[in-house]
Each structure stands twice: as C-alpha cells, then as structure tokens.
Design a binder for this molecule. Sequence first.
Ligand code: SF4
Ligand code: SF4
Length: 235
Amino acid sequence: MERIVNLTIDDVGIKGKSGQTIMQAADDNGIYIPRLCAHKELTPYGSCRVCTVIINGRPQSACTQPIAEGMIVENDSERVREIRRDIIDMLFVEGNHYCMFCEKSGNCELQAIAYRLGITAPKYPFMFNKREVDASHPDLMIDHNRCILCARCVRASKDIDGKNIFQFTGRGTHRKLEVNSEANLKDTDAAIVDRAFSICPVGCLIRKRKGFAVPIGQRIYDNKPIGSDIERQHQ
Ligand code: SF4
Ligand code: SF4
C-alpha cells in the first residue's frame, strides 16, 4: 500500500509517495533537479550523474535513489552545483560541441544546464576525439560528435518504439553508440516518427529537412531556464 513519506530537500519539508525516487518526489513538489539521462517516459538509468545530490554526506543519483522517511537531501548547494559543473564540463570536452553552429542550440538540455549552472567555457582541455556522422538514412542522421551516451534513445527505441535500434559498444572513453545492424542507420528500421529520435537531449539524433524550423530566439530555453516548467507548477 502506498504511504506518505516525509523528507527534506534544501531545508524545505516535502511529502512524497513510497516507491518514488528523490527526483520524482522533487518534481511533484516543484523542485528542479538537473538531469540528462533521466526522462519521465523512460525507466531510470543513473548514468549521467548530473542529478547527483548529497544524502548524509554521500553523493547519490536522485533519479535512482528511493525516498525514505526523514531523509535530508542537499540539492541546490554550492558543493552540489560544483559536482554538476564538473560532470557537465567533462561532457563538453569529451565530445565536439560547437553550439553556435548546432541545430539543437536553444533546445539543447546539455547547453541549457550549462547555462543554468553558470558555465561559460569548460575548465578542462578539449579532447577533440574523432567522431563520425552517419547520414545514410533518407530522413534521419546521427552526429556522434554530440552524443553524451545518455541511453535515452536506447531505452526509447526498445521500450517505446519496440524496435531496439541502438546499443552501446566499448568501455570507458571507447564507449560508443552503435546501431543494431552490420552497417549504417539506413540498414535499420528507424523511422522519422520514432520516439528515440525526438527524445535525445542534445543535437546527436537529427531529423533531416527540419533544421531551424523554430528560429533562434524562440526556442525552449532561449527565454526561460531549464527546469522552470517544474518550478512553475508550484509558484
Ligand atoms: S548538442 Fe547542445 S551542447 Fe552540443 S553543440 Fe549542440 S547545442 Fe551545443
Ligand atoms: S544519441 Fe542522444 S539520446 Fe542517444 S545516447 Fe547519444 S545523446 Fe543520448
């Protein structure tokens, strides 16, 4: 049976439901916890660590950690923001992100979280890894330069589209998103309507001939910070 669970996030007492994660309870109470791999339509994955919070002095992922009675969560403190800035900085330098030329700019969650955290330039040196572009499909393309390996597309293709088009190969810095075919995207049954292609938080999975349909200046995060939809619910 579902129980009410009392916890505290940043000194604010909130109520959650038993079985919820910290992120779910925070969302329901209008408290934004940044996230990249997590998405409401997908099962929690806990890979990007952008949702790191501190509980009893220990960093935990808010998207996978269940709430507990009396739990005290630190979410928006300077030391937590610093952990998140480090993670976002690493994501920028591991890939090749040139926001001013990117179709996703203004709609990109990575860029929007960086702005929200006050990042103007990564503090680590760029790695300039060589990444490929797969433009083989007539309607879709993959620009691996911008992939942050969040697995949203992997889960959406499997659990929502019922196709299982994507997988990861390799480990560590060699980890890579691949399509489940011998060759390229055109050899899969990927389609323009697939949720997998609209759920990517960055500009890696792209629909061809849709570029700049919404002008710069009118995009989701051009005029309001990421997370304000969650925060607005309770203002
Ligand atoms: S995917 Fe996002 S962070 Fe990367 S270049 Fe495009 S707008 Fe910038
Ligand atoms: S293509 Fe997009 S959704 Fe898929 S793993 Fe890369 S960043 Fe995540």
